[in-house]
Write a new protein. Structure first.
Length: 204
């Protein structure tokens, strides 16, 4: 991908230009305050229409939260609220598994090809959808599940050297190149997904 070889400012500019080709984000108040932090784009065709019709209101950053109201930046007036949804992401853990099976190392699960635990001698346990794709999570998770089933049934290559160690699951290389952690995961997973789809095609 171009983001692996170009400087981060150039990648930011190219992504912003591509996103603005659909609609001008500045007109809808969707330009991020900190444009130096590269994040994966979110595609939503309904959002512009809902903003135009007033069903979704764009507000600046939150300055202060009170018991039943909130104060936004650049507006000293308190606005009443009914409910707050914190869309801050999530963390994962394998509390039901021993650490010898799946290790959580610095927020990264030791999963080869993002599916099979790295510390198992044989691929007898698979994890699906613990990924950060650029495309649909549902379709990508289905691809992972299909490939895992074929490996468990012996229809895909099961030699540990050919598929278990073909891709790294650490991201130090991409961090060294300046990519944020979320994009490090995305970049590496795109390679894993391509390999998985290729094996599914060959085994059909």
């Amino acid at each position: 991908m171009f983001r692996n070889s170009l400087p981060t400012p150039t990648v930011n500019w190219l992504i912003a230009r591509r996103m603005n080709s659909w609609f001008n984000h500045e007109n809808y108040g969707l330009i991020p305050e900190d444009r130096t932090q590269l994040r994966e784009p979110v595609l939503n065709n309904e959002l512009p229409g809902r903003i135009v019709t007033g069903k979704v209101l764009i507000k600046p950053s939150v300055k202060e939260m009170k018991e039943n109201s909130v104060v936004f930046n650049n507006n000293p007036k308190e606005e009443p609220i009914d409910i707050i949804v914190f869309a801050t992401g999530y963390t994962f853990a394998f509390l039901f598994l021993d650490e010898t099976v799946v290790k959580d190392e610095d927020g990264q699960a030791s999963l080869k090809k993002y599916i099979f635990p790295a510390h198992l001698q044989k691929p007898t346990l698979a994890v699906s959808s613990l990924i950060k794709p650029l495309d649909s999570m549902i379709a990508t998770g289905e691809t992972q599940a299909r490939w895992a089933v074929r490996v468990l049934k012996g229809k895909c290559m099961s030699n540990r050297r050919t598929y278990m160690f073909s891709l790294p699951y650490y991201f130090g290389y991409w961090k060294f190149r300046g990519l944020p952690q979320v994009l490090s995961k995305t970049t590496e997973f795109l390679k894993a997904k391509s390999s998985i789809v290729h094996q599914i095609t060959l085994s059909q």
